[in-house]
Design a protein around this ligand. Structure first.
Ligand code: ADP
Ligand code: MG
Length: 211
């Protein structure tokens, strides 16, 4: 299996930016998951912390993004604000190769007012925690009808933290015709069950070590 990013058919801007970031070759989880992700398949990626899962889904959703269409096209759900902030930061770094990508974070523990103001200005990609996303959906301040990629990052932790009801509520607002990417450090029965409900013929990729 090749580990070169230039074998993937990524947009030139994204590829050039990866070199600038010092990403010279794919990590194992990236090498295994990016081909099916870029082919539009649903993917379950299992790998330890630090294996490079963010760039795997981040490159997938940036490659697919239509920047000229100023609507929310991707929703990334994370278990905590800290993780959502890290993911948003990494996606913004990866997005330097594409002009004018707007990434917005929506997490609990932050005041609602500024988030509503930011939502009025629009975004392409939302990264957030399930509780706050559900809250915005309930208020009608967030619309997800143009989402074509849903990412469940650290899905095992989200379930451990009791976010299953929020995830179910959010799924009602996301188009059924979409790509769903699920990342998790572990793959217990509860994750298999949620994958069975929210994904279509997912490809499962797993890596043991980081390098
Ligand atoms: P995970 O989500 O699997 O825990 P991250 O996506 O946070 O891992 O990535 C861990 C670190 O590795 C980050 O600092 C990221 O910038 C870096 N990284 C990811 N992919 C590559 C790569 N292909 N080459 C070099 N560094 C990378
Ligand atoms: Mg991660």
């Amino acid at each position: 299996m090749t580990t070169q990013f230039d074998s993937l058919g990524l947009q030139a801007g994204l590829l050039a930016n990866l070199a600038t970031l010092g990403y010279h070759s794919m990590t194992p989880i990236q090498a295994k998951s990016l081909p099916p992700i870029l082919a539009g398949q649903d993917v379950i990626g299992q790998g330890k912390t630090g294996s490079g899962k963010t760039a795997a889904f981040g490159l997938g959703l940036l490659h697919k993004l239509n920047v000229k269409h100023y609507a929310i096209q991707a929703l990334v759900l994370c278990p905590t604000r800290e993780l959502a902030d890290q993911v948003a930061k990494e996606i913004r770094r990866l997005a330097r190769g594409v002009e004018n990508v707007k990434v917005l974070t929506l997490c609990g523990g932050m005041p609602l007012g500024p988030q509503i103001g930011s939502l009025e200005h629009g975004a392409h990609i939302i990264v957030g925690t399930p509780g706050r996303i559900e809250e915005h959906l309930g208020k009608g301040t967030l619309k997800l009808e143009h989402v074509n990629t849903l990412v469940l990052d650290e899905a095992d932790r989200m379930l451990d933290m009791g976010f299953q009801p929020s995830l179910d509520a959010i799924l009602e607002h996301v188009p059924a015709h979409r790509q769903t990417l699920l990342f998790s450090a572990t793959f217990p029965g509860r994750i298999q069950a949620i994958a069975g409900r929210v994904m279509q013929d997912p490809v499962r990729v797993e890596v043991e070590s980081i390098h």
